[in-house]
Design a protein around this ligand. Structure first.
Ligand code: ATP
Length: 229
C-alpha cells in the first residue's frame, strides 16, 4: 500500500537530510507506529506519503503508483484516498461538528444524499452522536480529536495517517482515540501513526518502525516503543 524505495529528503539550507535512504514497505491493512526522537524524520515521512513534499531522491509509491510522478491534477484524488489526523486537531472553528465532517465530503464532490447518510453514521462510529450541532470550542480535546478522526475517515480512505494524534490528550482520552484508530484499522484501512507515546505503543503491540537521524534503525513486528536496555 505504501512503499519507500531509498527515499532521501533534504530541506534547503539543511546539510543533514531529514530522511536518508529510507526503504520501507507497508502492506494493505497494516497498523504501523513510527517512533523516534524529535527531529528523526517522522513527520517528513508522513508528508511524503501525502505528497506535501517530494523526495530529493528515491521513490514513494502509494497504492502501486509512484506519487512523485503523479500529475498535479491527480493529487486531490490521492489525498481523498488518505485521511489525516494531527496533534492539533485542525478543525474549522466556525463550522459545527457535522459541518466539519461534511466539508471533507463536499470538497470531494460527494452528493448531498451521501453526505446526509455518511456524516451521522461516522459521527456515531466515533461516539459523537448527539454532538453534531456543537461548535469545536464547545468540545473537550478528546471530542475534538474524535471529530478530526470522523473527518479523516468519512470518505473511507485506504490509508489513515496520524501525526501524534494523542499528543495533546490525557492518557485516558488517548486510549479512547487509539481504540477508534484500531477499529478503523479493522475495517481494512492501513494506519500509519507517528508518536512519542510509549505507553500506547507498548500496549498495542503493532509493527514499530524507528527512525534515527532520518534512517530506519528498527522495524519490528508487534513491537514496543523503545528497545530495552
Ligand atoms: N519545512 C522544513 N524546513 C526545513 N527543515 C525541516 C522542515 N521540516 C522538518 N525539517 C527538519 O527535518 C528534520 C526532521 O523533522 P521532522 O519534523 O520530520 O521530525 P519528527 O521526527 O517528526 O520530529 P517531531 O517528533 O519533533 O515531530 C529536522 O531536523 C527538522 O528540523
Amino acid at each position: 500500500m505504501i512503499r519507500f524505495e531509498k527515499v532521501t529528503k533534504s530541506y534547503p539550507g539543511h546539510p543533514q537530510p531529514a530522511l536518508d535512504q529510507v526503504s520501507v514497505e507497508i502492506e494493505k491493512g497494516e497498523f504501523v507506529f513510527l517512533v523516534g526522537s524529535s527531529g528523526s524524520g517522522k513527520s517528513t515521512f508522513l508528508r511524503l506519503v501525502l505528497r506535501e513534499y517530494r523526495p530529493t531522491s528515491g521513490r514513494v509509491y502509494v497504492a502501486g503508483k509512484e506519487i512523485n510522478r503523479l500529475a498535479n491534477w491527480k493529487v486531490p484524488k490521492l489525498r481523498r484516498d488518505i485521511g489525516a489526523v494531527f496533534q492539533d486537531f485542525r478543525l474549522l472553528p466556525n463550522k459545527t461538528v457535522s459541518e466539519n465532517v461534511a466539508f471533507a465530503m463536499q470538497v470531494t464532490g460527494r452528493s448531498r444524499q451521501d453526505i446526509n447518510k455518511l456524516v451521522p453514521e461516522t459521527l456515531e462510529l466515533v461516539g459523537l452522536e448527539g454532538k453534531a450541532d456543537r461548535m469545536p470550542d464547545e468540545l473537550s480535546g478528546g471530542e475534538q480529536q474524535r471529530v478530526a478522526v470522523a473527518r479523516a475517515f468519512v470518505n473511507r480512505p485506504m490509508i489513515l495517517i496520524a501525526d501524534e494524534p494523542t499528543g495533546n490528550l490525557d492518557p485516558t482520552t488517548s486510549v479512547g482515540i487509539m481504540k477508534l484508530l484500531d477499529r478503523i484499522n479493522r475495517t481494512g484501512t492501513t494506519v500509519v501513526m507517528a508518536t512519542h507515546d510509549a505507553g500506547i505503543v507498548d500496549q498495542m503491540r503493532k509493527r514499530v518502525i524507528e527512525l534515527e537521524h532520518g534512517r530506519t534503525v528498527r522495524d519490528q513486528a508487534q513491537g514496543v516503543y523503545g528497545t530495552q536496555s
